[in-house]
Design a binder for this molecule. Structure first.
Ligand SMILES: Nc1nc2c(c(=O)[nH]1)N[C@@H](CN(C=O)c1ccc(C(=O)N[C@@H](CCC(=O)O)C(=O)O)cc1)CN2
Length: 285
């Protein structure tokens, strides 16, 4: 068996072309969505992701506001930029690219973001709304995972999903989203501290590997025919992405979301969805 590829790049392109029409309609009514990004430091991956986000904005007609600070920026300097974007009327939504450099209190920065401008859905108020099942911008990577599975008609209702990872951007919120009535999945949350991870993985209809641990999921861990989504990022000595899923898993899985080319482009597309939805909401108010 060779797994069917869940193509995040192609799916993101479909979503972006639909968003471009919605942005044009907003602009015709005098509403101009603008995405801000705050990038601190020199992390090569972060720089690439932020550049991709602004390319996407240009593609769909959203204005870009880029703020960059050096690796040596202080907590106060970062917070000043966040306050500026909170006040800036041209910025209708923004993100602070994570991770922030060592020594910076990331949660304090996230808490300072105006929840109404939180394009990432990572402000505690919006995460709380997710817990309470109230409308809120959804965290982009988990939303990208679900949209990709839906695009390829992978059954979520009643499926047993094993999520590997417990980070802020995916592991914490994906189980919350998958167990909503609309998805109705049963979730086991694992992480790098899970004892006998393999025994959990082998029971999964769907595996979402987001631990950032190279080739953690091996072919013998996967039930034949299962859907496997590789979300974790490690880098080899040449800076090339190494995912959490061993390449031979493609011989066992029924569907495979590769890395790169899977959930990454979907993460970016879901960010634009949040920006457009917030602008449409503002236009309706
Ligand atoms: N504020 C946030 N920070 C981070 C988030 C997030 O959702 N919000 N998620 C990740 C990084 N991320 C988004 O910012 C992200 C990851 C990957 C991609 C992507 O398009 N990847 C490409 C490969 C790019 C490459 O070659 O390096 C792919 O998978 O094909 C976009 C965004 C952590 N931080």
């Amino acid at each position: 068996m060779t797994a069917q590829i869940l193509d995040g790049k192609a799916t993101a392109a479909e979503i972006k072309s639909e968003l471009a029409a919605r942005v044009a309609a907003l602009k015709a009514r005098g509403f101009r969505p603008g995405l801000g990004t705050v990038l601190v430091g020199d992390d090569v991956g972060s720089r690439k992701y932020v550049a991709g986000k602004h390319r996407d904005c240009a593609e769909v007609g959203i204005a870009s506001l880029q703020r960059e600070l050096p690796e040596t920026a202080t907590q106060e300097e970062i917070e000043a930029v966040v306050r500026e974007l909170n006040e800036n009327p041209e910025c209708t939504g923004y993100i602070v690219q994570l991770p922030l450099p060592k020594g910076i209190d990331e949660n304090r920065v996230l808490e300072l973001i105006d929840p109404a401008k939180d394009a990432d859905g990572l402000h505690p108020t919006n995460l709380g709304r997710l817990v309470l099942n109230e409308p809120a911008p959804l965290p982009c990577t988990p939303n990208g995972v679900i949209r990709l599975l839906r695009r390829y008609e992978v059954e979520l209702n009643g499926a047993h999903v094993v999520v590997v990872g417990r980070g802020t951007t995916i592991g914490r919120s994906l189980p919350l989203m998958l167990t909503r009535r609309s998805e109705n999945s049963t979730v086991t949350q694992c992480h790098t501290g899970t004892r006998d991870l393999s025994s959990h993985l082998r029971q999964a209809d769907i595996i979402v590997a987001a631990a950032g641990s190279a080739h953690l999921v091996r072919p013998e861990d996967v039930k034949p025919g299962a859907a496997v989504l590789d979300v974790g990022v490690s880098r080899d000595g040449n800076g090339k992405i190494v995912g959490d899923v061993h390449p031979d898993v493609a011989q066992v899985a029924g569907r495979l979301s590769p890395n790169p080319g899977g959930v990454g482009p979907m993460t970016r597309a879901m960010l634009l969805v949040n920006v457009v939805e917030a602008a449409e909401q503002a236009a309706a108010d």
